[in-house]
Design a protein around this ligand. Structure first.
Ligand code: NAD
Length: 375
């Protein structure tokens, strides 16, 4: 087992991963549409290089269903319907489906009013937040997405040593006519929690300073988050006493704090934790999104030209590393996507094995259909 953990060379066909994961969620009573949407969006994260928000999550999602933290086949309810302002309650349904609905609501309202603000509360895991900025950009809208994670305490504030906040992602999307959209998509912690899971499973190691132990020492050892666990155990952050650091010193810590205010308090979803809490809050993503119609704001051709001109100007900066290249937000995801579409998803062997074990427990048949390639 440990040998497999250290071998990062398995490639999985995207088609196989979608098929297997769809069957897992169908076996958990999700509709065919929901199961396929979950599978496609998880694989989409791997394609973009965000393995942390990809198929590694499958056993954890199944476990969350078993704990009643997320329910199948829930339709989000429109709880505020006030022109440019709306709010949806996902009622602990899957974020992959609730996220699509929320973005479509925002686009429809911004088409009418030029701008819209849409809250989404009590959502199951929304996955890679860049997905939602991309969906809006596909329709020609600039969008901002401020997200918190209720019930998930993982991040130490600047100057602190224990968990007081969530990894709270922020995404901003700029549509680009005839070119790839420009998407900034980032956790406001030094790394997303999933990256710690990936490192724990033998994948990419963490960057220096990503974690802090309870004594205040910076480290990259995932054990401080999950304790010592065996290969087939699902990492559980309840079992560690360390924290992920907030990104960008005091300024990043401030942005991380504001995600709780916007995604948590303002949407009505709730912040990650409060001072008087007697028990842990139930896991949910809260997302406050703003959509702006580019064509109602500025001439479209002018906007596209300015966007591309500035993007190229920045990319042309001489690289500090002689083998490197200056990238703008979203470039890395585009490069990774092209490679993985052609060559399959690189997955730590233990991750693929854990998914197959989950499938086996749910009586998914003929698992031999899914053959990974060892490079
Ligand atoms: P990251 O650090 O890999 O990338 C962050 C941003 O930096 C991206 O926009 C990327 O394009 C850009 N970037 C990467 N390398 C670059 C380079 N060399 N030069 C210039 N720009 C570069 O991302 P992350 O912070 O680890 O987040 C990973 C994912 O986790 C995101 O998709 C995020 O939405 C997701 N997330 C989700 C939740 C949730 O609760 N749903 C919570 C936290 C994070």
């Amino acid at each position: 087992m440990s040998n497999k953990k250290n071998n990062p060379e398995i490639r999985v066909k995207v088609k196989d991963a979608i098929e297997l994961i769809s069957e897992i969620f169908q076996a958990k009573a999700c509709s065919d549409y929901e199961a396929k949407t979950i599978a496609e969006r998880l694989c989409g994260s791997n394609l973009k290089g965000h393995d942390s928000h990809g198929i590694v999550r499958v056993p954890r999602y199944v476990e969350w269903m078993e704990r009643d933290w997320v329910f199948p086949n829930i339709e989000s309810e429109l709880v505020i319907d006030a022109g440019a302002l709306a709010c949806l309650d996902a009622k602990q349904g899957f974020g992959q489906v609730a996220g699509e609905r929320a973005v479509d609501e925002g686009i429809a309202r911004a088409k009418k009013h030029g701008v819209s603000v849409v809250g989404l509360k009590n959502s199951g895991h929304l996955g890679r937040i860049g997905d939602w900025a991309e969906r809006a950009a596909d329709a020609g809208f600039v969008s901002f997405h401020f997200v918190n994670v209720r019930g998930s305490l993982l991040v130490a504030p600047f100057g602190g040593t224990d968990r007081r906040g969530s990894t709270s992602p922020l995404a901003i999307g700029i549509p680009s006519k005839g070119k790839e959209h420009i998407i900034l998509d980032m956790a406001t912690s030094t790394v997303a929690e999933g990256k710690v899971m990936v490192a724990q499973k033998g994948g990419k190691p963490l960057p220096q300073g990503a974690l802090i132990d309870s004594l205040g020492n910076l480290t990259i050892n995932p054990e401080v988050m999950y304790g010592k666990i065996s290969d087939d155990e699902v990492p559980d952050s309840e079992n560690g006493s360390g924290a992920i650091t907030a990104f960008g010193l005091h300024k990043g810590s401030g942005i991380n704090f504001m995600m709780e205010m916007l995604g948590g308090a303002l949407t009505g979803s709730g912040v990650s934790a409060g001072i008087d809490d007697k028990e842990k809050r139930k896991f949910a993503n809260g997302m406050l999104s703003i959509y702006i119609s580019v064509e109602k704001m500025v001439d479209l051709d002018y906007f596209s030209k300015e966007v591309q001109s500035y993007a190229d100007f920045v990319r042309a900066s001489p690289a500090s590393d002689k083998n490197g290249k200056v990238l703008i937000p979203g470039d890395k995801e585009i490069i990774t996507n092209n490679d993985r579409l052609a060559n399959g998803l690189p997955v730590a062997p233990i991750v693929w094995e854990n998914i197959k074990q989950t499938a086996e427990k749910l009586n998914v048949k003929n698992l031999f259909r899914f053959k990974e390639a060892i490079n």
